[in-house]
Design a protein around this ligand. Structure first.
Ligand code: FMN
Length: 228
């Protein structure tokens, strides 16, 4: 019975993939579209000390769209690859990289609304869901208005096993600490680009998982957009 069920699921995925230009990526999502991102800038306009002293949680946004280059820059700050060895902008225990980054896109130039998964190796985003999900994410985050009003919501998720298989239970601590590093990178990149953001930890995990159609555990939602 179980085997028949599994065969049906795989056949369904196969048929969906054949019927369109979709494919299944490593996190088991069916990818609707792959969008290459512009190369991120490695030189900015602000000194680190200024970004640190001005960083603040800001929860209001204008309805101006983000540019695709801005999205690229933010994702690179979160988890971009900065070394030939595959090492990234944020530190990771054992360089095991247990975090995944999703973007709920509401308003980005040349990018349709939907949910995207960041691929750091390819510097691309893979579209996994169509449509504007910000209002549903807003409900999952207890109606915190920043989530519904931002141009995008970056969702940081964890695959704990990547780290616990080496470090045991202590790996859970490492993964959560790593999300803090990533969130701070996003805060500082926002400050330097003149965007508002806030790290949101209060939301319903299961509702966020259902909405994004993911197996991983969400740790943070970071709404990002131009200031009002
Ligand atoms: C773990 C964590 C969870 C947080 N969750 C939320 C949240 O759910 N909603 C929110 O508006 N701010 C949230 N914040 C942001 C804090 O409210 C904010 O960092 C604090 O007020 C200090 O302000 P500052 O970030 O501007 O220095 C969270 C911050 C952290 C570190």
């Amino acid at each position: 019975m179980m085997l028949r069920y599994l065969i049906c699921i795989f056949a369904l995925i196969f048929l969906v993939c054949c019927a369109s230009d979709t494919y299944v990526e490593k996190e088991n999502h069916i990818v609707i579209e792959v969008i290459e991102l512009p190369t991120p800038n490695l030189v900015g306009n602000m000194f680190l000390e200024e970004t640190l002293s001005q960083r603040r949680s800001r929860r209001t946004f204008s309805n101006v769209s983000l540019a695709l280059a801005d999205l690229s820059q933010l994702l690179w700050a979160a988890q971009g690859i900065t070394h030939v060895s595959g090492k990234r902008t944020a530190p990771s225990a054992g360089a095991l990289y247990p975090l995944e980054i999703y973007v709920v896109v509401g308003s980005v130039e040349s990018l349709s609304q939907g949910v995207y998964h960041y691929d750091p190796e390819a510097n691309s985003v893979n579209k996994i869901l169509d449509g504007d999900m910000r209002q549903e994410l807003l409900l999952a985050a207890g109606n915190q208005s920043a989530v519904g009003n931002a141009a995008i919501d970056i969702v940081i998720t964890a695959v704990y096993e990547r780290t616990t298989q080496k470090y045991g239970d202590r790996g859970i601590r490492y993964v959560v600490l790593e999300a803090g590093h990533v969130a701070q990178n996003i805060y500082l990149q926002c400050e330097s680009l003149g965007f508002n953001t806030v790290s949101i930890g209060s939301f319903n995990d299961q509702e966020v998982k259902n909405l994004l159609n993911i197996e991983e555990d969400p740790l943070y939602i970071m709404p990002v957009g131009h200031p009002e």
